[in-house]
Design a protein around this ligand. Structure first.
Ligand SMILES: [Zn+2]
Length: 685
């Protein structure tokens, strides 16, 4: 045993675990004047993560950090030597400040992963992270992506002294001189999850957070959500839906009232059990959805049939404490959504609304996000718990070949109204039995943003469709060299600013980048990374001809537009861009949605990253059989890009409203029963 403190040793086990993940604990000493006390930098990372000192310098705002020698490590952390130092020694220092950087790859590991430390100590990842978070004097920076490129700075004058180090630093120095920020370093086609993470964080859509499964939505992504809100809010208000807000806390009595319903959510419900240090008498749940929160009040408010229909919507967040691998936007423990809850006197009215809402959802995907979806009905197995039936819009992610549910609109029938006694006297007279309301609920979440990113973005970064982009265009002066006169330079800048003002006046969301410290090329890469739909270039030659060059982010298409026609032409360019993006995504979905009739084709077709449309009997056991039988066996085919789901079977995604014509006597794809309709199956998120 080393000299780690007892309290740390208690967290560890010395039982050797063969498949433990090795991690490294490094201490760096930045360059400081001899008279000053250095502030050491501790890096905790996976053994496999490279931790460049140039990046460490940038993250901590220090100069030239080098691996610390034994004496510093002894002084600060009472470890015998650098080689024997591990994170347990951090407890030995409770007085002097140090930087603590934690590798994102480490944070991303499953909580139950066993980590191997120096000194043959083993610790569960969750315990290690908790321990690190509680260190008092550490200036903690967590979730560090050590693959981040170092930003260009003018501090590269100091040449490294020894040759070995000079060689090691060469590539990043080359980047600095080039003054070009290379954004995405992972190929979308080769490492889809790694690419997705980089596109989101480097594109400034989102940041990681220290509660697993929760993420910060930065302005770029929140603006997309606001545009979705604006669109949908105006649609439902026209239908007569009003917005309201119900509390996020649910008593267990209320939550558990509808048995089928709660069974669907129970394992994911988060409970508040304490206030301060005292236990609550009755724990309260955080809403996973609000049916049971809202309907007791509907029962109270609806006194006569004249109080119907009652149609409310709320914009809020919900919490589902998932234990599956979290994925930004797609599977998160807290997410933003809208939930509509409506009650009608007649079944027909209610069912009509279900489809009207679904149509709006499909249009959010098509008209705003340029993403194609298939509309249909969920099977009994996949419908919302407690619903009479569920309708859905289903999308498709080409790189993984998986389907993804994009939004659902449920008809609840009278299931909930009977439970909550949401009823009115029969309009035909009191001698007739009272009528229970027919209800719907419907929701669409920030998951839609993740689908949009996965479908459109590329190896240069985000591609955001123009209708939802926070900024639709950036104006960049180009072609200004040393030979350009000051007058000419100012003329171009002024002209660019005029264009900017003119476009803004016409409700085009535009900004200009007039910073002379960066080259146009560097700016191009920046705004490509951030997915700004259009780049407007204005150079000396353009200025002479009174024109600009407009470049589309999605396909790099260049269009020359006279300045006088710009306000009129830009909206057209953006509409065309939207159409091109939608069509490209639609072609991908259409060619990977394959209709088959023989079971022998099922798994091979699935493995080619397709979703399948097949005749089906509609029986739940058959659906389960299809899922089991299509679970991936190791057949050596190169398919899986998400290591978390290597053997996932095909689920039913929906029964599409648009059905192929069914032959007489057509059998089910899997069993001997007659088919009742075509169902869309696929691996899914
Ligand atoms: Zn069948």
């Amino acid at each position: 045993m080393t000299t780690t403190t007892e309290s740390f040793a208690k967290l560890c086990s010395s039982a050797v675990t063969d498949d433990a993940t090795p991690i490294k604990s490094l201490v760096f000493k930045p360059k400081t004047p001899k008279s000053a006390t250095p502030i050491p930098i501790v890096v905790i990372a996976l053994q496999s993560t490279t931790t460049p000192s140039s990046l460490i310098a940038q993250l901590t705002g220090t100069k030239d950090p080098r691996l610390a020698k034994d004496d510093l490590i002894k002084t600060f952390f009472a470890a015998p030597s650098a080689g024997e130092f591990n994170l347990g020694h951090l407890l030995n220092n409770s007085t002097s400040e140090y930087h603590l950087l934690i590798d994102q790859h480490l944070v991303d590991l499953k909580d139950s992963t066993i980590l191997k430390l120096n000194g043959n100590l083993f610790i569960e990842k969750s315990k290690a992270i908790e321990y690190l978070n509680e260190l008092k004097v550490a200036k903690l920076q967590s979730n560090i992506d050590f693959t981040t490129e170092v930003k260009p700075q003018n501090t590269s004058k100091q040449q490294p002294k020894d040759k070995k180090e000079k060689k090691a630093l060469a590539p990043s120095n080359a980047t600095l001189e080039d003054a070009k920020l290379i954004g995405i370093t992972v190929d979308k086609a080769l490492d889809f999850p790694g690419w997705y993470q980089q596109v989101l964080t480097k594109g400034e859509m989102l940041d990681y957070y220290d509660v697993s499964g929760c993420y910060i939505l930065r302005p770029t992504s929140y603006a997309i959500w606001e545009n979705i809100q604006t669109y949908f809010d105006s649609k439902i208000k026209k239908m007569g839906v009003r917005n309201a807000y119900f509390p996020m806390f649910v008593s267990s009595r209320v939550l558990e009232k509808e048995k089928d319903h709660i069974e669907g959510f129970a394992p994911e419900v988060a409970w508040v059990t304490k206030a301060g240090s005292s236990d609550l008498e009755e724990p309260v749940a955080i809403r996973p959805t609000s049916e049971t929160v809202i309907y007791p009040y509907y029962a109270k408010w609806v006194q006569s049939h004249r109080d119907l229909p009652l149609r409310l919507n709320q914009w809020c967040s919900v919490v589902r404490w998932e234990f599956k691998h979290p994925q930004p936007f797609l599977r998160t423990r807290e997410f933003l959504w809208q939930e509509g809850h409506t009650a009608f006197l007649s079944e027909e009215e209610a069912k009509e609304e279900v489809l009207e809402i679904l149509h709006h959802y499909a249009n959010i995907y098509k008209e705003l996000l340029a993403v194609p979806v298939v509309q249909g009905k969920k099977t009994e197995k996949e419908k919302f718990a407690g619903a009479s039936f569920t309708t859905t819009v289903e999308g498709y992610i080409p790189q993984t070949g998986r389907g993804i549910q994009g939004g659902t609109s449920h008809h609840l029938g009278q299931n909930f109204s009977k439970m909550f006694n949401l009823s009115v006297e029969n309009p035909l007279g009191s001698e007739h039995p009272k009528v229970f309301a027919y209800q719907n609920s419907w929701g669409l979440s920030t998951r839609s943003i993740g689908v949009m990113v996965m479908v459109h973005s590329d190896n240069k970064g985000l591609v955001i469709p123009p209708r939802v982009a926070e900024n639709q265009a950036v104006i960049i002066p180009v072609g200004i060299t040393k030979k350009t006169s000051i007058e000419q330079r100012e003329l171009i800048h002024e002209s660019a600013k005029e264009i900017e003002a003119q476009l803004r006046k016409n409700d085009i969301r535009v900004f200009g980048d007039y910073n002379d410290n960066y080259t146009p090329g560097w700016k191009f890469s920046q705004y490509e990374l951030k997915g700004i739909p259009l780049r407007i270039e204005l150079g000396p030659k353009d200025f002479e001809k009174q024109q600009v060059v407009v470049v589309r982010r999605n396909d790099s298409k260049k269009i020359i537009v006279p300045i006088s026609e710009l306000t009129e032409t830009l909206p057209k360019i953006m509409d065309d861009m939207h159409e091109v993006m939608y069509q490209k995504a639609k072609d991908a979905f259409d060619t990977h949605r394959v209709t088959i009739h023989d079971w022998k084709d099922f798994v091979p077709t699935l493995n080619k990253k397709n979703v399948i449309v097949a005749p089906w009997c509609g029986v739940m056991e058959c659906e389960e059989d299809i899922k089991d039988s299509s679970a991936r066996k190791d057949d050596g085919e190169e398919f899986e890009v998400d290591e978390k789901a290597p053997s996932m079977g095909a689920k039913s995604l929906c029964i599409p409203f648009e059905q192929p014509t069914m032959k007489d006597g057509q059998k089910c794809i899997k069993c001997n029963r007659n088919a009742v309709n075509y169902c869309m199956f696929g691996r899914s998120y």
